[in-house]
Write a protein that binds this ligand. Structure first.
Ligand code: PMP
Length: 368
């Protein structure tokens, strides 16, 4: 018996659904972690057990992504938002040349605003003119060889636009916000210098942000940063500089075990995720314009499917009926309106089938 069938139909944009098997392990661990006999909420972050949890989580992520040796894996706080600042504090402060940033949607705009506080920024391409309905084509991009780094968002969570290729030049460090597609597929980490992703989409609860950062980036940080914002200090402390989010890191460990043992690695996860997305995108495309995608074809995301309904009255009825049918989290981001189905790792193909049936049924019952 599922713990709660509504979890299975939770299409939330984040925090997102977690695998049922993980929720069951968490349920047990809230009372007592089997090998410790204490609640996960009351185990010291200075215990040997917790050091082992951090180590195993790192090892699992390293193995899942085939991560090169010179990458450190950090479990930090402050969300992806803290990385919007910590990245330019590390790599841009006091630099003469502008960093290259891509402005591809809601989250890019937030990232750029923070980077501009720290140093010069050049917006390589902006989606503003096309209403953030597509991503740039390769021929529209010219990257600067002098930029201290290039930053982009791999998956724009709000608009449902995802890069299906790697951007930039090999001689300029790539920095990427992978918050909404991290560990949903392989990511060619060897092409990047720094990758960050908060946990609450594909890999755990809110409260921990994972940063993969190369040693040369860590060592290049200015010496006078506050300890909490200095990657160097977090590396030295093995993500235990101050009290880390023990619970959130433990859940990430359980999810990485699930990815390895139940899913069979990130190639398999990517295949499953892509099939789910194709099914949903096709249902929208085949609806005779009743449902309309936010984004253009090539850049559609395997994670977030943003779409609209014919009018406000139908939209209102759609959310009400969806809730009655057991679905949740289908409301679009407040910045965009409309609807959005987020189909992260833990959302099973059967749930997507249920949503496709619901979309068809709703359309038949509410013809234009
Ligand atoms: N980047 C992306 C791509 C996101 O989707 C979000 C939040 N959904 C953020 C950054 C902000 O993350 P946080 O709330 O952890 O600061």
């Amino acid at each position: 018996m599922p713990i709660n069938t509504r979890n299975a139909l939770n299409f939330s944009g984040g925090p997102g659904a977690l695998p049922e098997i993980v929720l069951r392990q968490v349920q047990t661990a809230i009372i007592a972690v089997p090998e410790v006999g204490l609640s996960i909420l009351g185990i010291s972050h200075r215990s040997d057990w917790f050091a082992g949890i951090v180590r195993e989580t790192e090892e699992n992520i390293r193995a899942l992504l085939n991560l090169p040796e010179d990458f450190h894996i950090l479990f930090l706080q402050g969300g992806a938002t803290q990385q919007f600042s910590q990245v330019p504090m590390t790599l841009l402060r006091g630099r003469r040349h502008a960093a290259d940033y891509l402005d591809t949607g809601y989250w890019s705009r937030k990232v750029i605003a923070e980077a501009m506080r720290e140093g010069p920024v050049r917006v390589v391409w902006s989606g503003e003119r096309c209403g953030y309905r597509r991503l740039p084509r390769e021929e529209e991009l010219t990257f600067s060889p002098d930029a201290p780094y290039l930053h982009y968002v791999s998956n724009e969570t709000v608009e449902g636009l995802q890069f299906h290729r790697i951007l930039g030049r090999d001689d300029v460090p790539r920095v990427c916000d992978m918050s909404s597609d991290f560990l949903s597929k392989p990511c060619q980490a060897d092409k990047f210098s720094l990758i960050y992703a908060h946990a609450q989409k594909n890999i755990g609860p809110a409260g921990v942000t994972i940063v993969l950062v190369r040693d040369n980036v860590v060592q290049s940080a200015p010496q006078n940063l506050p300890a909490f914002l200095d990657y160097r200090r977090h590396v030295e402390a093995h993500s235990n500089l101050n009290t880390p989010p023990v619970f959130a890191i433990y859940v990430v460990l359980l999810v990485t075990r699930w990815l390895r043992d139940q899913i069979g690695g990130l190639d398999n996860m990517a295949r499953i995720n892509h099939r789910k997305a194709q099914r949903l995108h096709a249902a929208i495309d085949d609806s005779d314009g009743f449902y309309r995608h936010w984004g253009d074809g090539d850049d559609r995301s395997d994670m977030n499917v943003a779409f609209s309904l014919p009018d406000a009255a139908r939209e209102k009825r759609f959310f009400a009926d969806a809730s009655l049918a057991g679905f949740s989290g289908l409301e679009g981001h407040r910045a965009l309106g409309g609807a959005r189905a987020s189909i992260y790792n833990a959302l099973e193909p059967a749930a997507v089938e249920r949503l496709v049936e619901f979309l068809d049924d709703f359309r038949r019952r509410n013809p234009r």
